[in-house]
Design a protein around this ligand. Structure first.
Ligand SMILES: NC(=O)C1=CN([C@@H]2O[C@H](COP(=O)(O)OP(=O)(O)OC[C@H]3O[C@@H](n4cnc5c(N)ncnc54)[C@H](O)[C@@H]3O)[C@@H](O)[C@H]2O)[C@@H](O)CC1
Ligand SMILES: Nc1ncnc2c1ncn2[C@@H]1O[C@H](COP(=O)(O)OP(=O)(O)O)[C@@H](O)[C@H]1O
Length: 512
C-alpha cells in the first residue's frame, strides 16, 4: 500500500491512471489466474488494515455497503475488523439484495454473516467513530437513486471520519463528476483507498474535494499495463533546480533565457480599468524561477508606463508598442494575455506570427476564442513552434464554444479536444489541472489546493511557464515539452504548501 497524496517524496515517477474499462479488464485478467475471491479478500484486508492504522481509537465502526462488489469489499473488511479487533463494535448497513448479488459479493455477504457483526436496517442513531464507505465504486455511471441516494445523503452529512473503499461513493471514476444531488464536499475528514488501479476521477474534477486529503493505493498484486492508461498522474515537480543553476559557473544572464510578458492593461488604455498587476505577477514569477532577463510590456501609451516595479526592480518595463518594435517577440519566450484586456485582440496576430515560444493566458485566450478564421494556429504547427494555452474552465469553454459545466463534466476529454483543435499544449486549470498535447497521453497534476483559488495565481503560473520554456533546449520533442509544462504546473501547485500563517497566501506570497 502506498500513499499517493499528499506525495511522500520530493521526486516520484509518473503513475498511470486507469479508467473504468481498463480497470475492469485488469480485474478480469488477474482474477482468472487466482483462486476464487482472492482479489476481494485482499481488498477487504487492505481496507481493514488501513482503517485501524488511520483511526486506531475508533470503537464504533459502521460499514456502509452497497449491493455490488464495492459493497463486497466493505463486507470482507467488516468481518476482518470484527475478527482482528473483537473489542470493537462493528456494524454493517448493507443495501444489497440477496437475489441480485454478483458472485464475489455473494461470497463476501455469506462470509460476513458468519462474523460477529451488528446488522443495521437504517442509518445509525448517532454518528460512529469511523465510517467505511463501500456503497458505490467503479460501477457508478449514472445519477445515484433510491435507497442508495438516501444512504449517500447520510454519508455526506455524517460528522464521522470516513474511509472510502476504492472510490468515494457518488464520484465518477473516469471524470471526477459528482453523480448525486447532494453536496459533493463531505462534512467530515476523509481518506480514500484506491484498489487495483488509480482512477483519473480521483484527481480531477471533484475528485480531490470528495476523496479527502489523503489518497492511498493498493494494487492487490496486479501490474496494470501502462499502455492502457487514460492519463498519467504527476505528483511532484523537479524544477527549478536552484543548486544546478548555482553550479552552472559558465552561465550568464543571456544564457538563462529571456521572457517577455505582454499584458497588464493600464487604466488609461482600458476605460479606467487597470490590470497591470497581472503582468507584474507573471513577470516576477518568471524572474524567480530563474529566467535570465524578464521584460514587461504593458498595454498603454509610453508616457503612462511606470518607470519600474518597486517590488522587483530587476524587471524591465516598457510599452507593448516598444516591445513589439524590437526583436523581443522572436528572441524571448512570450507570455501574452495576463491582464491584457480587450487590447490583446490586436496584439495576438503579432505574437502568433513572430514568437516561436509562446504562452497564451487569460485575455489572449479570449482573443483567440473570438477569432473567426478557421485555424489561426495552423502555421505555428507547421513550423513546429511551441504554443502553450493555459485556460481556466470558463476560458476553455469559450475556446470550445461550449459552457463551463460541459468542460468540468469531463476535463480530460475537454483538454484533449482543446489540444487537438489548437495544435497546442493545453493546461486546463483547476483542481487536478490537466495537461494535454496532440497525440500524447495527458497528464493530471495532483499538487494544488484551495489556497490557489485567489486572484493572480494563474498569472504566476503563466510566468513560471515562460521561464520554463525559455530554459528548455530548442527544438524539443513534443513529449519533452508536455513533460516540462506538466512539471511546471506541478511546481505551481506545491508553492503554497509551506505557507506558515493562519491566513491563506495571496498570489504575490506564492513566490515572495
Ligand atoms: N470483484 C472483485 O473481486 C473485486 C472488486 N473490486 C471492487 O468492486 C467494485 C466494483 O464493483 P461493481 O462492478 O459491482 O460495482 P459497484 O459495487 O461499484 O456498483 C454496483 C452496485 O451499485 C448499484 N448502483 C449502481 N449505480 C447506481 C445508481 N446510480 N444508483 C443506485 N445504485 C446504483 C448497483 O445496483 C449495484 O448494486 C470496485 O469499485 C471495487 O471496490 C475490487 O476490490 C477488485 C476486486
Ligand atoms: N481549488 C483549487 N485547487 C487546485 N488548484 C486551484 C484551485 N483553484 C485555483 N487553482 C489554480 O490556481 C490558478 C488560478 O488561475 P486563474 O483562474 O487563471 O487565476 P487568475 O486569472 O486570477 O490568475 C490555476 O493554476 C488553478 O489550477
Amino acid at each position: 500500500m502506498q500513499r499517493i497524496v499528499p506525495c511522500p517524496k520530493a521526486s516520484t515517477p509518473l503513475r498511470p491512471l486507469h479508467d473504468r474499462d481498463a480497470s475492469r479488464q485488469l480485474e478480469q485478467r488477474l482474477a482468472a489466474t487466482l483462486p476464487p475471491h482472492t482479489l476481494m479478500r485482499r481488498a477487504g484486508l487492505a481496507v481493514a488494515r488501513l482503517a485501524m492504522a488511520w483511526q486506531p481509537h475508533a470503537q464504533r465502526i459502521v460499514v456502509l455497503a452497497g449491493g455490488g462488489n464495492n459493497g463486497g469489499d466493505g463486507l470482507v473488511a467488516a468481518a476482518r475488523l470484527a475478527q482482528d479487533w473483537p473489542e470493537r463494535d462493528v456494524a454493517v448497513w448493507w443495501l444489497g439484495d440477496p437475489e441480485r448479488l454478483p458472485d464475489d459479493a455473494r461470497w463476501a455477504w455469506q462470509h460476513a454473516r458468519a462474523a460477529n457483526l451488528t446488522w443495521l436496517q437504517a442509518a445509525p442513531d448517532s454518528p460512529p467513530d469511523l465510517v467505511i464507505d463501500a456503497l458505490l465504486g467503479l460501477g457508478l455511471d449514472r445519477p445515484v437513486q433510491g435507497t442508495t441516494l438516501a444512504a449517500l445523503r447520510w454519508l455526506q452529512a455524517c460528522p464521522a471520519p470516513t474511509l472510502c473503499v476504492d472510490l468515494p461513493s457518488g464520484l465518477d471514476p473516469n471524470t471526477g463528476h459528482w453523480w448525486a444531488d447532494t453536496p459533493a464536499q463531505p462534512v467530515a475528514a476523509r481518506a480514500t483507498l484506491s484498489l487495483l488501479t488509480l482512477k483519473p476521477g480521483l484527481f480531477t474534477g471533484l475528485g480531490r474535494a470528495v476523496a479527502g486529503e489523503t489518497i492511498w493505493f493498493d494494487d492487490l498484486g496486479a501490474q496494470a499495463d501502462p499502455t492502457t492508461a487514460a492519463a498519467w498522474l504527476v505528483t511532484s515537480a523537479g524544477w527549478p533546480d536552484a543548486a544546478a543553476l548555482r553550479a552552472d559557473h559558465a552561465s550568464h544572464k543571456g544564457s538563462r533565457g529571456d521572457v517577455l510578458v505582454l499584458g497588464g492593461a493600464l487604466p488609461a488604455a482600458h476605460a479606467g480599468v487597470g490590470m497591470g498587476g497581472a503582468a507584474l505577477l507573471a513577470a516576477r514569477a518568471a524572474l524567480r524561477a530563474g529566467a535570465g532577463r524578464v521584460y514587461v510590456a504593458l498595454v498603454g501609451e509610453a508616457n503612462q508606463i511606470p518607470p519600474w516595479d518597486a517590488g522587483q526592480p530587476a524587471l524591465m518595463l516598457r510599452s507593448a508598442a516598444a516591445a513589439l518594435d524590437s526583436d523581443l517577440p522572436e528572441r524571448a519566450t512570450v507570455v501574452a494575455g495576463c491582464g491584457g484586456g480587450p487590447g490583446m485582440a490586436t496584439l495576438l496576430d503579432t505574437v502568433l506570427a513572430r514568437s516561436p515560444r509562446l504562452v497564451l493566458d487569460a485575455d489572449a485566450l479570449n482573443a483567440l476564442a473570438g477569432r473567426t478564421d478557421p485555424d489561426p494556429l495552423a502555421q505555428r504547427r507547421a513550423r513546429r513552434w511551441w504554443t502553450v494555452l493555459t485556460p481556466h474552465p470558463l476560458e476553455a469553454a469559450r475556446l470550445l464554444r461550449t459552457d463551463t459545466a460541459s468542460v468540468q463534466r469531463d476535463r480530460l476529454a475537454a483538454a484533449r479536444t482543446l489540444a487537438e483543435r489548437w495544435h497546442a499544449v493545453v493546461v486546463l486549470k483547476g483542481s487536478g489541472s490537466v495537461v494535454a498535447a496532440p497525440g500524447l497521453t495527458p497528464r493530471v497534476v495532483a499538487s494544488g489546493s484551495g489556497w490557489l483559488a485567489t486572484a493572480g495565481s494563474g498569472d504566476t503560473l503563466a510566468g513560471l511557464l515562460g521561464a520554463r520554456l525559455s530554459a528548455l533546449p530548442w527544438p524539443a520533442p513534443p513529449e519533452d515539452l508536455l513533460a516540462a509544462v506538466a512539471d511546471t504546473v506541478a511546481l505551481h501547485g506545491t508553492l503554497p504548501e509551506h505557507w506558515p500563517h493562519r491566513w491563506p497566501p495571496t498570489a504575490s506570497d506564492l513566490l515572495p
